[in-house]
Design a protein around this ligand. Structure first.
Ligand code: SER
Length: 318
């Protein structure tokens, strides 16, 4: 295997904390540098404290470690972003520009940049939303991701920087908790079910959104980054679809295992965010270009989530 040194920003986050472990298995413990704004609890491996708005510090880490790949996961998500739009714009864009600039300056081979279903707005078709459908995002997070995708493409075209990106649906996993997103309910609902507590949902029962299981998310990310350079025909960001469901459907699914599980609904501002997003994405291009195929549907995900969380909670109470 070629020499690789991989820097992950936002490594303490929902996706980052799982991705660093997958990268360590693939490339070796010493090949992965986890970085975050704050120390990562119980993390074993190479860790660097990093505020990605600090370009000098980023540059120092990349230089000293001869970093070959950056996975830039640090960002403020959709719901949290609305509390402070200008700060969210500043942080999401400044960190991206620092990653892109340092990557060009230090000759980093590949950059991964996560985008989102949030890039779409009310002018795109709701279902089976195509790769090339119109982008009129309604959240500051969505605006930053739509711009970020295009900046990624710009750095590819202008400087030949190999930036790759996925438009993630809501990510669901047992390993970590999300923070500040609109799709977060679909993680919390499983925790409540396993703890045999009632769940109050901030979306309406029929709010259908695209979602994806963590295992599929990680696999998609690694497959995209492994694909031969000339197979990548989309340099903004690839649509990625796992499954689609509503709060009512996930509840019914969980009730097969927890028949007494109670869910009530109290929609808040996140319902408005969800209403502007697609309910399913067309990911044909990802399938064609690098062979994407999800493994988990709602049934398979529910089985695994409930089993894993039951184990986790049992461990904690032992
Ligand atoms: N899961 C993200 C959010 O809800 C969407 O990319 O903000």
């Amino acid at each position: 295997m070629d020499y690789e040194k991989i820097l992950v920003t936002g490594a303490g986050g929902q996706l980052g904390s799982v991705l660093v472990e997958a990268l360590k298995i693939k490339f070796g413990q010493d090949a992965v540098i986890a970085s975050d704004l704050n120390p990562i609890k119980n993390y074993t491996g190479i860790y660097e404290q990093l505020d990605v708005t600090d370009k000098a510090r980023l540059e120092q880490i990349v230089k000293e470690n001869k970093v070959t790949q950056i996975y830039h996961l640090a960002a403020i998500l959709s719901a949290k972003g609305e509390q402070n739009p200008l700060l969210t714009w500043d942080i999401n864009m400044k960190t991206l520009f620092n990653v892109l600039e340092v990557s060009v300056e230090e000759k980093v081979n590949k950059v991964f940049y996560p985008s989102s279903i949030a890039v779409y707005g009310d002018m795109a078709p709701k279902t089976d939303t195509a790769q090339t459908d119109f982008l009129n995002p309604s959240t500051v997070y969505g605006i930053s991701k739509a711009s970020g995708e295009n900046w990624g493409q710009y750095y590819f075209l202008k400087y030949g920087l190999d930036v790759r990106s996925l438009r993630y649906p809501g990510v669901i996993g047992y390993q970590s908790l999300p923070g500040g997103g609109t799709t977060d309910y679909a993680v919390e609902i499983y925790h409540k079910a396993v703890k045999e507590e009632a769940f109050e949902c901030y979306l309406k029962p029929d709010a259908m959104l695209p979602m994806i299981y963590m295992e599929d998310t990680i696999r998609a990310t690694l497959e995209l980054m492994d694909a031969p350079k000339d197979a990548i025909t989309v340099r903004t960001s690839y649509n990625l679809q796992g499954m689609s469901f509503t709060p009512e459907q996930i509840t019914a699914n969980i009730k097969k295992y927890y028949p007494n599980f109670k869910v009530s609904y109290k929609p808040d501002f996140r319902q408005t965010i969800a209403e502007n997003w697609p309910s399913s994405l067309n990911d044909e291009q990802a399938r064609q270009d690098w062979g994407w195929k999800p493994k988990y549907d709602l049934d398979a995900m529910t089985r695994d989530m409930l089993m894993q969380l039951t184990k986790q909670y049992n461990l904690v109470t032992q």
